[in-house]
Design a protein. Structure first.
Length: 200
């Protein structure tokens, strides 16, 4: 007689194979994405985001926003327009399975202020610690839909924080990022973006 839980290894294997299959299907559908985001989701142009290691749920949510127009981008809107929900999920699974390439900061860069802001926030200005949502190492929180930030190009992060600050990006629930970015100076944004780019 088989133990009652004998099926468990098979169940886990099935889940792994399903995830692998979705990522493989997604790879075929990312051919058009590679020109900007790289073959493995690590973009060579700092104005285009790295997608490698990003949570699949977050990627799907952003593709939905581009498709609906909730997030405006002249390049991404036509790319997302023809995608079905299953396409988005497979693309998200592919990028989530890739490894993020994280470059080291120059040793001469002073990270003191950025590290304090990321890990402790600034209570006087009402800026919460970034790691409260995005994690100590920038890995994010998939169930809560908080994206991974580690290894993201500083130039891209600066552009997104500025877009939240001026309200041109409004995909944040309860205006959370818009409120935080509005309290950040240009220097804060520059330093935190550079710090995030090298988080491990």
């Amino acid at each position: 007689m088989q133990p009652r839980n004998a099926f468990l290894p098979l169940a886990f294997l099935s889940l792994i194979l399903c995830g692998t299959s979705a990522a493989a299907d997604g790879q075929a559908k990312t051919a058009v994405c590679m020109a900007c985001h790289g073959a493995d989701g690590n973009s060579v142009n700092p104005i285009w985001p790295n997608l490698a290691g990003q949570h699949s749920q977050y990627i799907v949510a952003q593709l939905q926003a581009y498709k609906s127009g909730a997030r405006e981008n002249a390049s991404m809107a036509p790319m997302a327009a023809g995608l079905k929900e299953a396409d988005m999920e497979e693309i998200g699974a592919f990028y989530a399975a890739q490894s993020t390439k994280i470059a080291a900061l120059d040793e001469e860069v002073d990270i003191t202020a950025a590290q304090q802001l990321y890990r402790g926030g600034d209570s006087e200005r009402g800026i919460p610690a970034c790691m409260a949502c995005h994690g100590p190492n920038g890995a994010g929180n998939a169930p809560a839909a908080y994206p991974a930030l580690r290894g993201q190009h500083a130039e891209y992060t600066i552009a997104q924080l500025e877009a939240y600050r001026d309200g041109s990006r409004a995909t944040d629930p309860q205006s959370m990022m818009r409120t935080i970015a509005a309290r950040m100076s240009d220097q804060d944004i520059k330093e935190i973006a550079r710090y995030i780019s090298a988080l491990h």
